[in-house]
Design a protein around this ligand. Structure first.
Ligand code: BES
Ligand code: MN
Ligand code: ZN
Length: 504
């Protein structure tokens, strides 16, 4: 959808619908909302007096202006308490408004830019948050529905109204950044929601090639023969049970800037994880079409970073395969030789993500990267530990972990760091090989992280376990049921911070 910005006095906005924000329990209405209240002869004050609306987050009220203003309807959206508003609160309010507008079956509307001056929000940040909340909250995945009668029409355009000329540039800047980031998140959601018969490793590679073509990125897709030449025995071990050929996707933004050490994003690209010979229970197995969420986010970050023209070199690495049982599949007890030379005893063929990432992390070494981060739907144990709210973070570098935590706070995508203490290493010692691929039930997220750390050698590295956060089972604010596109906002923020740091 479009996000436009218009310099106009509020009373002059002609629109099907105008959104205004309302704080909870404020003695006085915020400037712009107050202007609308006055124009409507105190209709918003009346709502509050009648206790029909308090301004609590997620509340809305619809008013008809009946000629008192050129806008036909006013939608009042709750912002919660004034002192407590955060960028995330603005995102949620924008999502609430967007959903209400969709329910009215309207497709074009206007909004005031609420939140400026609270919670550290300038006009840029507020406009960015509104753009993000609007696009993310109105997302829906309808690609495989043939009957669209019950599907609400998609939004076409939101116009942000700014009455103060001096803030227009800042608002435009924020709106544009927010749109670029949110579009990238929705692109990821589409990929992750896509069933595995519509997104094989080959189709994922084709998607990467399309993105590269549109944005002028460098792309290379390695075939199995090339992986064999490189010695990627761990990735090929996982892939050998599937009829679909594995792909190793390399995507580079600013590839020609070989003077810069790149930032590398590695994404787990299991287009379907049945567990292999260590097969999963059939109940809920369909969710494993989303086991390529890390790969999706990798593509989304590259798309956003290129569209934002960040002055960095960024590489995306995606090992992509299916994990299926067959007469040719790898088996528990097999020993695989990884590209790094380390040998791995396979205890469970369902602990396949760490195997394909092992080879990708070793491949990253050749770039002498500034930093490497990986995203993976890696362990059910992470869902047990942190639920669906928080991503598990693990790192071999304090400075990198701190930069990520900072970007997490700014973006609203939550992480919590887990320790990679040496003692946990006992659990993944093998009797027959250098390491084994599972460490039992205790601290399953950490032993997976520790396994990866053996292959992430010689560069600052951080690992995101997104098993719990990559999809949602309910609509909540700007998160909609299904794929979330987790990580795009955090990583783009991290890279923007890095670009700023290297420029100054
Ligand atoms: N893709 C799964 C992890 C997963 C679980 C993602 C739930 C999203 C939701 C991963 O490949 C896996 O199967 N992990 C095993 C590891 C175990 C065998 C050590 C797990 O968590 O059970
Ligand atoms: Mn698995
Ligand atoms: Zn998996």
């Amino acid at each position: 959808m479009e996000i436009n910005v218009e310099l106009k006095a509020i009373r002059e906005v002609a629109s099907e619908l105008l959104v205004v924000g309302l704080f909870e329990g404020a003695a006085q209405m915020e400037g712009a909302t107050g202007v609308v209240d006055k124009a409507l002869g105190g209709a918003i004050s009346e709502l509050i007096k009648a206790s029909d609306m308090t301004g609590k987050a997620e509340q809305t009220a619809l008013l008809y202006t009946r000629g008192a203003m050129p806008a036909k309807r006013v939608l009042v959206v709750g912002l919660g308490e004034q002192g407590k508003l955060t960028p995330d609160g603005v995102r949620r309010a924008a999502a609430t408004a967007a959903k209400a507008v969709r329910k009215l079956r309207l497709t074009r509307y206007h909004s005031l830019i609420y939140g400026i001056g609270t919670g550290g929000l300038g006009p840029t940040e507020a406009a960015q948050a509104i753009a993000e909340g609007t696009i993310l909250g109105s997302y829906s995945f309808t690609r495989h529905k043939s009957d669209l009668t019950d599907v609400l029409p998609a939004l076409e355009a939101l116009t942000l109204v700014q009455a103060d000329a001096s803030a227009v540039t800042a608002v435009k800047q924020g709106a544009s950044t927010g749109k670029i980031i949110a579009d990238a998140v929705c692109f990821v959601r589409d990929l992750v929601n896509q069933p595995a018969n519509y997104l094989t490793p080959t189709m994922l590679a084709e998607t990467a090639e399309e993105v590269a073509g549109e944005l002028g990125l460098h792309v290379e897709v390695l075939e199995e023969a090339q992986m064999a030449d490189l010695g990627m025995g761990a990735l090929l071990g996982v892939a050998q049970g599937s009829e679909e050929p594995a792909k190793f996707i390399v995507l580079e933004y600013n590839a020609e800037r070989t003077d810069l050490a790149p930032y590398i994003i590695v994404g787990k690209g299991l287009t379907f994880d049945s567990g292999g010979i260590s097969i999963k229970p059939s109940e809920g197995m369909e969710a494993m079409k989303g086991d390529m969420a890390g790969a999706g986010t990798t593509l989304g970050v590259l798309q956003a970073v290129a569209t934002l023209h960040l002055p960095l070199r960024v590489v995306g690495l995606i090992p992509a395969t299916e994990n299926l049982p067959s007469g040719r599949a790898y088996k528990p007890g097999d020993v695989l030789k990884s590209m790094s030379g380390l040998t791995i005893e396979v205890i469970s063929t369902d602990a396949e993500g760490r195997l394909i990432l092992a080879d990708a992390l070793d491949y990253a070494k050749r770039y002498q990267p500034k930093a490497v981060v990986d995203l993976a739907t890696l362990t059910g144990a992470c869902v047990v530990a942190l639920g669906y709210v928080t991503t598990g973070l693990m790192s071999n570098n304090t400075e990198l972990a701190q930069a990520i935590v900072k970007a997490s706070a700014k973006s609203g995508e939550k992480v919590w760091e887990l320790p990679l203490y040496d003692e946990y290493g006992e659990q993944i010692k093998s009797d027959v090989a250098d390491v084994k691929n599972t460490g039992g039930r205790p601290a399953g997220t950490i032993t997976a992280g520790l396994f990866l750390s053996k292959f992430a050698r010689g560069f600052p590295w951080a690992h995101f376990d997104i098993a719990g956060t990559s999809s949602s089972d309910a609509d909540k604010g700007y998160v909609v049921k299904g794929a979330t596109g987790w990580g795009v906002r955090l990583l783009v923020q991290w890279l923007r911070d890095a670009a700023e740091g290297s420029a100054s």
